[in-house]
Design a protein around this ligand. Sequence first.
Ligand code: NAD
Length: 248
Amino acid sequence: KQLEGKIALVTGAGSGIGREVAYLYAAEGAKVVVSDINEKGGNETVDEIKKKGGEAFFVKADTSKAADNEALVNKTVEKYGALHIACNNAGIGGPSAPVGEYPVDGWEKVIGINLSGVFYGMRYQIPAMLKAGEGAIVNMASILGQAGFRGSVAYVAAKHGVVGATKTAAIEYGSKNIRVNAVGPGFIETPLLQGMDKQAHDGLVSLHPIGRLGKPEEVAELVLFLSSPKASFITGAYYPVDGAYLAQ
Ligand code: NAD
């Protein structure tokens, strides 16, 4: 198993991509701290991991609050003794409107969770990883961390910011045995996209040359690789997992 003996935390692990990352980490032998603002979803993820013989526990945390991120790391270290791997994945879509009409409170909410949340995560994870003598962080960006998208200024700005923060942390901590990377999923079939009508869904599919949307487990496999010792020379990078969305 690739992550035997490692302690990992995943934010937004009560649903979608984060849940699949938590499943894969656990299947590869890591002890997993499943974190989410949604207690029910988080506990379901933990139950499923335990059912399959893995080790996990749930910590409720709102990633947009610095203190919650600090408490999450502290609880991880209290429970399992260290922190080696973190996937900063929690995120929301936010309102859809052109820049000139974008709701200011919506901007603040999206930036708070999708960008500040990733910074707060790293802010407290890195000191714990320095203590452990090693670390691997994978931040959940998006194809919209590399390209603009109508109606989604806050999300696009936050995800571009995640890529920049990832590069900076990688530069600062590369020599300290902490690797930091970002992944950029195309549109993935998760609850984040639910509520969309068929026309809008088909429109999104048409943006992916592969001819379909992605699955959460297809993103999780890349996150697992980047979190594992197999990716030992990979840091400061952004990897799309997008069915050729960005290749066009
Ligand atoms: P999802 O809605 O299925 O899961 C997101 C999880 O984050 C939920 O369990 C939710 O409760 C949690 N969450 C929301 N706000 C939170 C907060 N403040 N603190 C802690 N947890 C919070 O969505 P998903 O599609 O799995 O998205 C996961 C990540 O992947 C997000 O960062 C998203 O931007 C990114 N992403 C998704 C897609 C896609 O098409 N689904 C594409 C690219 C990137």
